[in-house]
Write a protein that binds this ligand. Structure first.
Ligand SMILES: Cc1cc2nc3c(=O)[nH]c(=O)nc-3n(C[C@H](O)[C@H](O)[C@H](O)COP(=O)(O)OP(=O)(O)OC[C@H]3O[C@@H](n4cnc5c(N)ncnc54)[C@H](O)[C@@H]3O)c2cc1C
Length: 266
């Protein structure tokens, strides 16, 4: 094991100040991505800043038509939230299908969004909902946040504090999971608002989560499974790896979109 410093932050400002003094340090939340990365020596930060005790990063809050989720909310907490189940059950469903119980108990929505794995589930929901990612410095709309493979708009030391969004009228999520990790080979989140439908796809692209404009067009005209009949997605630019070639992922996207719409309408 190589040595590194460990600091425990007591507040958002405390975390940011420690980072300012140690610019190569990394925040650690659930550790479900960072710890395996450290073990494999893929990264060797000189310091970890533990943010798990920061009370202002916790909780799930529902307003009238809006929801705020703290960066430290675990997948398990979100899956079990009665407030969210009443407001947007698709989010509870998505959270309940992440990985396994141990990872869901520790992994956080903030950590997942900061990491922006191209096969992670949360990016699809956050982009489709047009959510706002709130940091200690600013608010970033989802359309401006996801910048590509493991890349986001976050700057060095910027801490995600939470996520906010307006509740959709209906929403659904469907994923075709890699059977061992449960990461998405293809995951599609559909969100219907009063004036628009937004659809985001995870797992399928070399550049991470993206909006499916043709599927959005069809669902804006008619929010039904029938509206998606005959939808074809080109395989160019999609991910090919040992789990599946690009044309397989392309074929899965409309199928997952249909299942997401079915879930949204059920
Ligand atoms: C075997 C396995 C299977 C998995 N399956 C799935 C799956 O099916 N679907 C899925 O979506 N994910 C899956 N994951 C990933 C899992 O959801 C992680 O919980 C998540 O990616 C990272 O959250 P964390 O809280 O553990 O972050 P950490 O590991 O603590 O941190 C990850 C990164 O985010 C940074 N970070 C953490 N919190 C913040 C913050 N608030 N602000 C800024 N930066 C921050 C850290 O510095 C680090 O760079 C899987 C992971 C494993 C190991």
């Amino acid at each position: 094991m190589y040595t590194f410093e460990f600091a425990r932050a007591g507040s958002i400002d405390d975390a940011a100040n420690i980072h300012e003094l140690n610019p190569d340090a990394r925040y650690i939340a659930g550790g479900q991505t960072l710890i395996p990365t450290l073990k494999q020596r893929l990264t060797k930060p000189p310091m970890l800043i533990d943010i798990r005790n920061v009370a202002d990063l916790k909780g799930i809050h529902r307003g009238g038509t809006s929801v705020g989720i703290g960066a430290l909310a675990t997948h398990r907490e979100i899956a079990a939230s009665e407030d969210l189940r009443a407001a947007c059950p698709a989010l509870c469903h998505l959270a309940s299908e992440i990985a396994d119980p141990a990872i869901r108990s520790r992994g956080t929505i903030g950590g997942s969004l900061a990491n922006n794995d191209p096969s992670a589930d949360w990016p699809a929901a956050i982009l489709a909902l047009g959510a706002t990612i709130v940091t200690n410095k600013r608010k970033i709309i989802a359309d401006d946040y996801f910048k590509g493979l493991f890349t986001t708009a976050l700057t060095s030391g910027e801490l995600i504090t939470g996520i906010g969004f307006q509740l959709p009228e209906k929403a659904g999520y469907a994923k075709f999971a890699q059977p061992a990790s449960r990461f998405a080979l293809v995951g599609v989140f559909v969100a219907k608002f009063a004036n628009t439908v937004r659809v985001a796809v995870t797992g399928a692209s070399e550049s991470g989560v993206f909006r499916a404009s043709e599927i959005e067009k069809a669902l804006n005209a008619d929010f039904s499974v029938v509206a998606l009949a005959g939808q074809k997605v080109p395989a160019s630019g999609l991910l090919s790896d040992l789990h599946g070639p690009a044309d397989y992922r392309a074929a899965l996207i409309p199928v997952m979109a249909e299942r997401a719409v079915t879930a949204a309408l059920s």
